[in-house]
Structures are given as structure tokens and as C-alpha cells.
Design a protein around this ligand. Structure first.
Ligand code: 13P
Length: 244
């Protein structure tokens, strides 16, 4: 159950959030909880989450370890702050920062090298879905970005299916639509990495997940978790999603 705060909240907001959120998920032990705040709040989030089962992730990383790359942040830096996860290739990164499938592979490998668990995002745009290209897009994203990983690298990633048309729009994919896409992704995983690896990889659904719809999504066999944007900004609503 992962939350992506995107470009919201300051360090002060982060501390206030945890004060409200932690008591609401206290004792939850049968599911992983990850929150991904903006870079400047990671330290505050890690320190607030200490002693709880909540893990902290970044929303992006650069693939180099260090260097003259103004404005970027590396895997070892994110790990040093106490993070355990990092989101890779969110559709907003693909769209606004032109991240390519090559970037996905490089960033995923860099994250693993820095001992971070990558949450790798894939998903089609509205026009692609409407013109019947969903399967082709998911296949290309998988083969281009995830396919080049070594089997032992693939075994450590989490995939997030986030249809672009469902992000921040209030239009959730129906559980059936999400499940169908998850099945396509798992089928690609089976072709490239084999039955066992495909059965084990966790695929999260993201796109307008709310306390009201999480249960029906999670009821689907193929949906192993959720990646929540807007509804993760409010401690009560994210706790309700976690505790669905
Ligand atoms: P919303 O939950 O706001 O639709 O965002 C989904 C998302 O992009 C999570 O990464």
C-alpha cells in the first residue's frame, strides 16, 4: 500500500501528517506501507516513521552515484537518508521530463545497486486506450524498460500499473479493466522471466484510488496493492485505504 505525495507538503506538513497517520495504522503487520514524499521531506519522514512499520521512498532518482549533474539526486543519497523504496518512471516523469524506456532500465538498476526497492510504473494514455493500443503500449513499456533487467534484478522490483487517464481525474479503472491490464503485464513477465518470477512479482494499481473503491480493486486476484496519489495526502483517507 504505497502513497505518492507528488509535489505536495513541506517538512513541517510531513511531521504533522505522521503524528496523525501512525496511530491509525498502528499494529498493521500483514501488509507493507510505503510513503513517498518530495526529496526535501525525506529526512523528516524517515525520522517520524522510525520504530513504525511505515517505509519511506523517494519519487525519482538519477542513475549515477555522484557527479556534476545539477539538480539530480542519486540512489546512494536516497538510501543514506534511510529510504527503502523509490518510484521509477511515473507517467508524470515520462510525460513532462521525457523519461524513456532506457531511463527506466538505468534507474531501476541504479536503485537496486543502492539497495532501494524500485516501484516501476507503466500505463497507457487515454488516446492509446481508446484506439485499442493498451496491450501494445504495456508490452512495449515492459519489453523496453523492464525486459533488459537480469532475472535476479526483476525478482526485486514492484510494478505499478497506472493508466494515465485515471490519474488525478477521478476516473478509476474498473477492477475488471485494471485486472485485465495486470494480466497482460504478468503475461509479459512470464514470457521474459518465466512462470515463477511472473507469479511472484507484485503489481500495484494506481489511478484515483480512494477509500471507497480500494476494496473492490484489492478483491481482484491480479491486484497485489495500490499506489495512491491524491488520497494519500490526507492521513485519514490513506489510513482507510491501508486498512481496507
Ligand atoms: P491519483 O491517486 O491522484 O489519481 O494519482 C495516482 C498516481 O499517480 C500515484 O502515483
Amino acid at each position: 500500500m504505497a502513497g505518492n505525495w507528488k509535489m505536495y507538503k513541506t517538512a513541517k506538513d510531513t511531521r504533522a501528517y505522521f503524528a496523525k497517520f501512525l496511530p491509525l495504522v498502528n499494529g498493521v503487520a500483514d501488509r507493507e506501507i510505503v510513503l513517498c514524499p518530495p526529496f526535501p521531506n525525506l529526512e523528516a519522514a524517515v525520522s517520524e516513521a522510525q520504530g513504525s512499520q511505515v517505509k519511506i521512498g523517494a519519487q525519482n532518482l538519477y542513475w549515477g552515484k555522484e557527479g556534476a549533474v545539477t539538480g539530480e539526486v542519486s540512489g546512494p543519497m536516497i538510501h543514506a537518508v534511510g529510504c527503502t523504496h523509490v518510484i521509477i518512471a511515473h507517467s508524470e516523469r515520462r510525460e513532462y521530463f521525457n523519461e524513456s524506456e532506457e531511463d527506466v532500465t538505468r534507474k531501476t538498476k541504479a536503485a537496486l545497486e543502492a539497495q532501494l526497492n524500485p516501484i516501476v510504473c507503466v500505463g497507457e494514455r487515454l488516446g492509446e486506450r481508446e484506439s485499442g493500443q493498451t496491450e501494445r503500449v504495456l508490452r512495449e513499456q515492459f519489453q523496453g524498460g523492464i525486459g533488459p533487467l537480469a532475472p535476479e534484478e526483476f525478482a526485486q522490483i514492484v510494478i505499478a500499473y497506472e493508466p494515465v487517464w485515471a490519474i488525478g481525474t477521478g476516473k478509476t479503472a474498473t477492477p475488471e479493466i485494471a485486472e485485465e491490464a495486470h494480466r497482460m503485464i504478468r503475461e509479459e513477465a512470464r514470457r521474459r522471466f518465466g512462470e515463477d518470477a511472473a507469479a511472484k512479482v507484485r503489481i500495484l494499481y494506481g489511478g484515483s484510488v480512494k477509500p471507497e473503491n480500494v476494496k473492490s480493486l484489492m478483491a481482484k486476484e491480479e491486484i497485489d496493492g495500490v499506489l495512491v496519489g491524491g488520497a494519500s495526502l490526507d492521513p485519514q483517507s490513506f489510513a482507510a485505504i491501508v486498512n481496507f
